[in-house]
Design a protein around this ligand. Structure first.
Ligand SMILES: Cc1cc2nc3c(=O)[nH]c(=O)nc-3n(C[C@H](O)[C@H](O)[C@H](O)COP(=O)(O)OP(=O)(O)OC[C@H]3O[C@@H](n4cnc5c(N)ncnc54)[C@H](O)[C@@H]3O)c2cc1C
Length: 359
């Protein structure tokens, strides 16, 4: 392969949208997208709740807040372009006990400050109608929150990138990257080539990849999130989320459902030092108390193991860094680090930011 214009490592939603944006901007540009798995989107992109978040939790003016709001708006145009459906279901945020009502009220204030639209408190009738499924003291609705099918997004982008002439190298790991006078030399498990620009969308592996470029200030922190599926019908008109823990390590065990209506509970939060995606055999026992706390009619025997994903958190200079970090620490190099939730929602906006850094 001759010198190409752009090499992107990572065929998750961020890397795929980046390849799409670069090609749409300049159809003559040459782009290689490297993905170590046999399929695109195999890591966190296909292993999440599929929720397009409204941006209500994140510190005001943080990258997570701003890029989530912008990403949600961009998905409304992008999804029809990709012919992918959005279910505008909305979500209830629920205080299940009197002791969590103050935290719910603070969350409502935070969401209002963050510009989340059309928020409103549940009426008495709505609370009564939720009581058969949910332990509920008080609740508010975020109508903007919606769901999308990550697997449909991946399939649509795979097709589109192929049609646009992006060179998709699947089952191809980047093994070495070196900066040179004219760009970057890259070694992979399939081929060696050079590129004028290098874009790191390696998800939970992005910090390891950048170390080869002499960048050592970021470390990966991985937190596993597992899901259980429910073998019965339950309320699934809207998503139901608890008041989240204060550290926002996760958003608390909540419902999610796919476009076929299959209900799941999750994800939990388990620190891990290996990037491995097995679901523990005793997951039902581990997660049942949190589920029962909110969804009081669910019985253990109605739950079955489902899948898990790994949240790509980071430490910067030894301290937990809780925001997205999108930057260009070297010429002709851009990176997306710490792209945990709401990364699926924010992905089109993350890519806009990366494009600005490249220009
Ligand atoms: C449990 C869980 C629930 C979530 N829920 C939501 C949600 O409801 N809504 C939301 O907005 N976000 C959610 N997220 C976050 C969202 O899934 C991620 O932010 C998003 O998928 C990140 O995409 P990515 O492209 O950065 O990373 P990834 O999808 O992880 O892609 C990185 C890719 O890089 C590849 N790669 C790495 N190293 C190499 C190498 N050396 N060579 C070649 N390829 C390499 C990997 O194989 C991988 O495919 C959730 C995440 C988790 C874990």
């Amino acid at each position: 392969m001759d010198q190409i214009d752009y090499c992107i490592v990572g065929g998750g939603v961020v890397g795929m949208l980046m390849a799409r944006q670069l090609t749409l901007k300049n159809p003559d540009t040459s782009i290689v997208l490297l993905e170590k798995s046999s399929y695109l989107g195999e890591e966190s992109t296909s292993r999440n709740s599929g929720v397009l978040h409204a941006g209500l939790y994140y510190p005001h003016q943080s990258q997570k807040h701003l890029l989530c709001r912008k990403g949600l708006s961009l998905w409304r145009t992008l999804a029809p372009e990709l012919k992918v459906e959005i279910n505008h279901c909305g979500k209830w945020l629920v205080a299940s006990s009197l002791s969590s009502v103050a935290d719910l009220e603070n969350l409502f204030a935070q969401a209002t400050k963050n510009g989340v639209q059309d928020l409103r408190w549940a009426t008495g009738d709505e609370i009564e109608s939720l009581k058969p499924f949910v332990k509920i003291e008080k609740s508010f609705l975020s109508p903007e929150t919606s769901i999308i099918s990550p697997s449909e997004v991946v399939r649509a982008l795979d097709r589109e990138l192929t049609n646009l002439g992006v060179i998709l190298l699947k089952k191809c790991s980047l093994t070495k990257v070196t900066q040179t006078n004219s760009g970057f030399d890259l070694m992979t498990t399939q081929d060696s080539f050079s590129a004028k620009h290098f874009i790191n969308c390696g998800g939970g592996h992005a910090p390891t990849i950048r170390k080869q470029l002499g960048l050592h200030d970021i470390e990966s922190v991985w937190v596993k999130g597992c899901y259980l599926k429910l073998n019965k019908k339950l309320y699934n008109e809207k998503l139901i989320y608890p008041v989240p823990p204060k550290d926002l390590k996760g958003l608390g065990v909540h419902t999610s459902f796919d476009l076929d209506g299959q209900i799941r509970f999750g994800p939990n939060t388990v620190d891990c030092d290996q990037y491995e995606m097995s679901v523990p055999d005793d997951l039902v026992d581990m997660m049942y108390p949190a589920i029962k706390d909110l969804f009081w009619t669910v019985e253990k025997k109605e739950l079955a193991l489902d899948y898990c994903g790994i949240r790509s958190k980071i430490k910067k200079d030894g301290k937990l860094f809780t925001d997205f970090l999108i930057q260009s620490p070297l010429e002709n190099y851009v990176e997306a680090l710490g792209i945990e939730s709401p990364g699926l929602t924010s992905s089109p906006a993350i890519v806009e930011k990366m494009m600005e850094l490249l220009s």
